[in-house]
Design a protein around this ligand. Sequence first.
Ligand code: HSE
Length: 366
Amino acid sequence: LYRSLHDRHNCHDDCHDPRGGSVVNIPSAYLRVHIPAKAAGAETENQAKVVQFIKKIGMKHIKVFAPGTVANLGCGFDVMGLTLDGVGDVLEVGVAENAEGFEIRNRSGMELPGNVEENVITPAVRALLEAYGRPVRIEVEILEKIAPGSGIGSSAASSAAAVWGVNELLGRPFSGERLVEFAMMGEALIGGTPHADNVGPAVLGGVVLIRGYEPLDIVRLPVPEGFFYAVVHPDIVVSTKEAREVLPREVPLHDAVTQWGNVGGLVAGFALGDVALIGRSMHDVVAEPYRKGFIPGYDQLKEGVLAEGALAMNIAGSGPSIFALAADEAVAQRVAQRMRAHFARPGIGCKIYAGRVSNCGARIVE
Ligand code: HSE
């Protein structure tokens, strides 16, 4: 049973519970709607309790994890992204068909907008329900959350987990690619432009190339064996909107040639499993030169990280997080420490993460 569910979830390697345990891919939704014999004959219960019970059994629930992601991968501005292991959002998603209503509760401890209209989950789930075309009541409880504004796909993880969970509970009416389209609506809410380089890998897992947006054409690329990341999230604020506005509207032909050479090299590097080619292709002349000014001592840090043995370093999405890739776990750990020390010098606090680049996207966890 585990293997068949695992295969259906499109995982290319073993997907473990990101918090250390094993993923139990048994859809607990179906177990929870089972009516216990004792409760079925609950004539002695008072009216209110019976109504409560009926409401509860009509609602199917699952707990879903969606991973953090690194968008752009240097040269692939808005068209490439990869999945991190061990960091992400956990949501409990509840669905009742032939009922109305939408609720989001935040139990993550992170400060999130109180108004549902300002939560990225709302436009993503609405897009899914519009396509579904039948009344569904949705309840979402946010249990664990990547720090908002980190640049490692915090908003994407929430909208990916929500649409993935709703789709599971509705019996999978939509493909992974459609889920990416729905989740993109959440990105539009915060950045003004619906891009898929975070939601693509958060839903599907692995390394993702968005070959085109009209229509959406997503290519999943293999992750090389033994491929590790280090990420630092410094305690500074860079809004996605501001980081997009700072970019020039036009790219000179010379820069365009450099950029598409590197994007081609990056895709070839993943397809061939050539980590050295991946490293030297992760060079960006479109966004990094304009965005690095938001990050204190960026060039100096990059020099140190590459000297430490990393294959490449660049800005994660629109920042302020920075990521590095390495073919060796010890290098990734050392790089993460170096990143922390870099920001500690001017007194900037930070969170660091290091781990394996993951092949697994959104999934059920217990
Ligand atoms: N591709 C996006 C950007 C990612 O760089 O602006 C941020 O959400």
